[in-house]
Design a protein around this ligand. Structure first.
Ligand code: CAO
Length: 436
């Protein structure tokens, strides 16, 4: 039995009456799950809304220029196979009554269900030229992704859409024009762009059995973002070690006290608090580069990289400087559980100033984390271990925590990075400094 689904605008944070700037589908289109349906634009970000299911578009209820909010009807989809109720993602709270109402009025041959898209919308930084990230081209995330897939630098595409926005046709025309140019040589030619040889296509199956695993949606998005950040930001990583012998004793004591309340006090909660203190002491680390200006933020929101079976996500803890270690440990537990249960929303991942990537629970002595643009620095934490430390004429066993701070060298110089990392280590070595 065919199943008719009403697809609604998902949780898009606090935004209301958001403009529809791109509609990627039309009635009669056959969609795969996660195909982009439309792009929404606020004054701060643009977001792609993906399709929750595969199916055929029966009715389209939005057009370019419409204003929508969470729960607005996007389209009606006919799904080929009935989807078990357990797989239907929850509708936004205020749409729940509508689910029953819609189901009650459905024809007997079809079941009608309202669904918000299962995945959070894909959010990208501001679109306007000259916004964060410099001279960003004016194009929706879907068009930028389309351009990326074709290997096109969107900044070079002249937009013919509203407000000079680049459209799909503009990207296609750019590619046609590029292909019409005579080929110069099959080797890098230098210049300012990243002119590297194309990766050859390999037939791995020629050498043995293989299995093909498609990348998850999160892996595709985070991979593209990591790649952009890696090639566009001049990274340097500063290494240091913090003596956390006393911190660890205190953590164990706190852990025992709060175990009954089910709050797990891990070293990361201390790291968040110490990082907030370091960001206050070194405001350039709590900044973003905007063309020729540095935007210094007066708030301290810290993202935490969370490893999930589908890939890496970075939910953000807000106002870390204003919260205590126990509160941070509690929020950390909640947000990482939410991430692993795939319930993280776009709003949960916005507004970060600095990121911590902790691999300490797993192992390692150091690594070079990639900056989470438009932030300018990131702290990588590896596993602490007992080491002989020379103090007052003798070696004493101390618990040492490896810290790796990657920073954007356009904004932060090496001396500042060394001071920031040493300060962080000093705070972790003596938590009384948090009270100063
Ligand atoms: N040194 C030694 N032990 C550490 C440690 C450190 N630096 N950090 C954590 N641990 C211990 C914890 O105390 C805990 O021990 P017990 O189970 O004995 O109490 C154990 O390791 C596991 O900790 P955890 O992972 O549950 O908790 P966390 O607060 O340290 O980390 C989270 C939470 C969400 C950050 C983590 O689970 C995670 O996903 N880490 C991976 C992040 C990642 O992938 N980064 C790479 C990004 S780039 O690809």
């Amino acid at each position: 039995m065919a199943e008719i689904k009403q697809v609604l605008v998902p949780d898009i944070g606090d935004y209301k009456d958001v403009s529809v700037i791109e509609v990627m589908v039309k009635v009669g289109d056959t969609l795969n799950a996660e195909d982009t349906l439309l792009t929404l634009e606020t004054d701060k970000a643009a977001m792609d809304v993906p399709s929750p299911y595969a199916g055929v578009v029966k009715e389209l209820h939005v057009e370019i220029g419409d204003k929508v909010s969470q729960g607005s009807l996007i389209l009606v989809l006919e799904c080929a196979e009935q989807i078990p109720p357990s797989e239907i993602p929850p509708a936004p709270p205020f749409a729940k009554g509508g689910v029953e109402a819609a189901a009650a009025s459905a024809s007997p041959a079809t079941a009608v269900t309202q669904v918000a898209t299962a995945q959070p919308p894909v959010v990208t930084p501001p679109l306007a030229k000259g916004g964060l990230g410099g001279d960003l081209a004016h194009a929706s995330p879907a068009i930028r992704r389309f351009a990326r897939e074709l290997g096109v630098d969107i900044a070079q595409v002249k937009g013919s859409g509203e407000k000079g926005r680049a459209t799909k046709d503009d990207v296609q025309n750019f590619v046609k024009a590029a292909l019409a140019q005579p080929r110069t040589a099959d080797k890098p030619t230098g210049g300012n762009g990243l002119q590297v040889l194309d990766m050859p296509v390999f037939d791995f199956a020629k050498f043995g059995a293989i299995e093909i695993q498609p990348l998850s949606r999160i892996q595709k998005i985070s991979g593209a973002n990591l790649h952009r950040n890696w090639v566009t930001i001049p990274h340097v990583t500063q290494f240091d070690e913090a003596d956390i012998t006393d911190m660890e004793a205190f953590r164990k004591q706190l852990g025992a006290e709060y175990a009954k309340q089910n709050i797990k006090i891990t070293p990361l909660a201390f790291m968040l608090k110490a990082a907030a203190a370091a960001l206050q002491a070194f405001p350039k680390f709590n900044a973003s580069l905007d063309g020729e200006n540095l935007i210094l933020k007066q708030y301290i929101n810290i993202g935490v990289a969370v490893d999930t079976p589908d890939g890496l996500v970075v939910p953000v803890l807000r106002d870390v400087d204003k919260k205590g270690i126990v509160q941070l440990a509690k929020e950390l537990g909640e947000i990482s559980a939410k991430a692993r249960d795939k319930k993280i929303t776009a709003a949960d991942m916005q507004g970060g100033c600095f990121t911590i990537s902790s691999l300490g629970g797993i192992g390692g002595t150091a690594f070079t984390p990639i900056i989470n643009a438009p932030e300018v620095a990131i702290l990588g934490v590896s596993r602490s271990s007992m080491k002989p430390v020379y103090q007052d004429g003798q070696f004493v066993p101390r618990l040492m925590l490896p810290l790796s701070v990657s920073y954007d060298h356009r904004v932060i110089d090496g001396a500042a990075a060394a001071r920031f990392t040493a300060y962080l280590a000093k705070v972790l070595a003596d938590l009384r400094r948090l009270a100063l």
